[in-house]
Each structure stands twice: as structure tokens, then as C-alpha cells.
Design a protein around this ligand. Structure first.
Ligand code: GDP
Length: 364
């Protein structure tokens, strides 16, 4: 599955948000820096109204949404890359994630201590970016030193790695994160394998005050501007509201949202934004037993998509019977869609589309 790391300075609302996301008390929120010492991992159902619709039409007994993993990573402070604070633990955890949800304090509250003593989300973002760049730089230098002997022995992979590391190094020494480096398709895989921190896509999460959740505020506007300039994205959320909502029953939550002037829970927006950031899509498998959503990267071939369910499905892939979501819904299910000629048999070369309802045929 796909994993997002929640990062940010201490006391910006990471644990509050994580709690709301996972509805557990596992990540304790407290007005104290370094509250989250162990990484906390939570699986979150990806909200998708289409899945409920499909289940309703097919009369599926069970609905199984697709999931996204969130990891609440302990707070960074200035100097973390030098091993101060909780730096090294932080760096080890963040390397394993696919993307970063960077929580920024955009709320004013004199009772909640800010580690830098002022609310300035753009400066906070820069503090963390700098730490991540310094951490990358250190690991790049170490790795390049370790490659010297292999390069002398004309090891092709080592030469490629060193070339890519040098490109990242140049960018970072120039004050730019490694994600700004243009990478050829031939190098894409090796580049990803380097697992540099500043190549991970970033979603800025502006944690605003309760009364500001609908409109945002001046701090959030500045973050949006920064995100746009970087080619990253930003969402506005009130962690406190989300925490309250997470404790309500569904119908109560709906009323509460309406009262606050919100169309949907911020967490739904956050998860969707994460989906977009990672270029993820959903396909469905639908039957009387269960209706289920599966996550793939945009552009995934049918056999690879089958492999998300089970490795054997990919190995023995024959074909995928495919109905587009719209056809399934407008025509009223698999049977009618088939009669109308809207069920297609797709082979190995087929690229799965968002919303496809699939049925795989495979050799065992
Ligand atoms: P973390 O260190 O980033 O994980 O921060 P926490 O989630 O533990 O939050 C730190 C403190 O800020 C807690 O006392 C929270 O209740 C409080 N807090 C979090 N979000 C908000 C918010 O949107 N508004 C206000 N006023 N306080 C918040």
C-alpha cells in the first residue's frame, strides 16, 4: 500500500490530526514538544462514494474500501540532521514513505507553545526543508565516497548512481530540493531507489483555527502561494474540528459540518489530495459477496493491477473483463452492462482506468 509520513515541527497539530485520521488514542496529543516519540502507524479507509453505489447495485454483502497508511513521525527541530532532537529516528522513518504530509501551524493560540515562539508557517516550512536538504547532502556525500572503488572497477550501476547523486548534490548545494532535478526516463528507477528525502512529493497541511476551516486565513494563503511556486500542493484543515468530528456518529458529523459551513470532512480532502499527489487511481471488483476498491498508480497495466490483489493473478494473467464505472451505474450492473455490449475483454497491454470495474481471468 501507499504510505504518507506526517511531519512538522513539534506542537503544530500532527498528533491531533493523526488521531482524527485513525480515530485512535494511540498517538497522544499533548501540549508538549516531542510528544510523539515512537512513529505511529495508522491505516485509513479512502472515502469513495462510487464504491457504495456499486455495492448497492450489485447487492454486495460487504464493502471493503482501499486503504492508505499514515505514519505520524516525531517532530523535527532545527539541527535535527546533526543528531539533535529526534533527528535520526525521524530520518529513518521518513525514508520509507511515498510522500510527505507537512503540517504547518497556521492557528494562533497563546496557550499552545510554538518552538520558535511565533506563528510563521512559511519560515517553519523552510526550517524543515533545510533539515531535509542537509540530511540528503550528508547521505549523498557518504554514498559517493562509498562508490569510488566500484566506479574504478567500471561498475555500470555505480557510475549511474554516482552521476545521479552528483546531480542531486548540485541542486541541494544550490539551495534547491532534489525534486527540482529533471530526470530522464532511463534514470527514473535508479533515481527512485536513491530514496532521497527531498525527492518525495509534499502536501502542505495548513492547520487553521476552528473558525477558519472554511475560508482559511492569511497564514494559509501564504502557504498556498509557496506551494504553488514549488509545484507542490496545500490543503486547509482544522485538526481540532477533525478531532471532534472523528468522535461523532456519521449523521451527527454531517450536521456539524453543515454548521461549520463545510461540504465535507477535511480528512476526506486530505486523503484525496494525497491520492492526487501520488498520482493514484482506484479500480473496483464487484460481486454479491463483496465490493472492493483497489489502489494503483496512474498508468498501471492490467496484469500489474491484478497483481495488487494477488501475485498469482499477475503471473497467470489471461485477460480482464472490464466495465467502466459510468456504464455499470447507468445500465444497472454487470448483467445489463454485458447485454449492452459494455463489458470489454482487455489483454495484457490494457492500461487500467480510474473507476474500472474489473474481473480478472488467470491461469493457476
Ligand atoms: P504535534 O506535536 O505536532 O503532534 O502537536 P499536537 O497534535 O500534540 O498538538 C499540540 C497542541 O496544540 C495540543 O495541545 C493540541 O490540542 C493543540 N492544537 C492542535 N491543533 C490545534 C488547532 O487547530 N487550534 C488550537 N488552538 N490548538 C490546536
Amino acid at each position: 500500500g501507499f504510505k504518507m509520513g506526517i511531519v512538522g515541527l513539534p506542537n503544530v497539530g500532527k498528533s491531533t490530526l493523526f488521531n482524527a485520521l485513525t480515530r485512535t488514542a494511540a498517538a497522544q496529543a499533548a501540549n508538549f514538544p516531542f510528544c510523539t516519540i515512537e512513529p505511529n502507524v495508522g491505516e485509513v479507509a479512502v472515502p469513495d462514494a462510487r464504491l457504495d453505489k456499486l455495492a448497492e447495485i450489485a447487492g454486495s454483502k460487504q464493502i471493503i474500501p482501499t486503504r492508505m497508511t499514515f505514519v505520524d513521525i516525531a517532530g523535527l527541530v532545527k539541527g535535527a540532521s546533526k543528531g539533535e532532537g529526534l533527528g535520526n529516528q525521524f530520518l529513518a522513518n521518513i525514508r520509507e514513505t511515498d510522500a510527505i504530509a507537512h503540517v504547518l501551524r497556521c492557528f494562533e493560540d497563546g496557550d499552545v507553545t510554538h518552538v520558535e515562539g511565533r506563528v510563521d508557517p512559511v519560515a517553519d516550512a523552510e526550517t524543515i526543508d533545510t533539515e531535509l536538504m542537509l540530511a540528503d547532502l550528508e547521505s549523498i556525500e557518504k554514498r559517493r565516497a562509498g562508490l569510488v572503488r566500484k566506479i574504478k572497477g567500471n561498475d555500470k550501476d555505480a557510475v549511474q548512481q554516482d552521476r545521479l547523486l552528483a546531480m542531486a548534490q548540485t541542486a541541494i548545494e544550490d539551495g534547491k530540493p532534489a525534486r527540482t532535478v529533471a530526470i530522464d526516463e532511463d534514470d527514473a528507477k535508479a533515481w527512485r531507489m536513491l530514496q532521497l528525502l527531498t525527492t518525495k512529493p509534499v502536501l502542505y497541511v495548513c492547520n487553521v483555527g476552528e473558525s477558519e476551516a472554511a475560508e482559511g486565513n492569511a497564514h494559509a494563503a501564504k502557504v498556498a502561494e509557496m506551494a504553488a511556486a514549488q509545484g507542490n500542493s496545500a490543503v486547509i484543515i482544522s485538526a481540532q474540528i477533525e478531532e471532534e468530528i472523528s468522535q461523532l456518529e456519521a449523521d451527527e458529523a454531517e450536521m456539524f459540518l453543515t454548521e461549520m459551513g463545510l461540504d465535507e470532512a477535511g480528512l476526506d480532502r486530505l486523503i484525496r489530495a494525497g491520492y492526487e499527489l501520488l498520482h493514484l487511481e482506484t479500480y473496483f471488483t464487484v460481486g454479491p459477496k463483496e465490493a472492493r476498491a483497489w489502489t494503483i498508480k496512474k498508468g498501471t497495466s492490467a496484469p500489474k493491477a491484478a497483481g495488487v490483489i494477488h501475485g498469482d493473478f499477475e503471473k497467470g494473467f489471461i485477460r480482464a473483463e472490464t466495465i467502466a464505472y459510468e456504464d455499470f451505474v447507468t445500465l444497472g450492473g454487470e448483467g445489463p452492462a454485458k447485454e449492452a455490449g459494455k463489458m470489454r475483454a482487455e489483454g495484457k497491454a490494457y492500461t487500467v482506468k480510474d473507476g474500472d470495474v474489473l474481473h480478472f481471468l488467470f491461469n493457476t
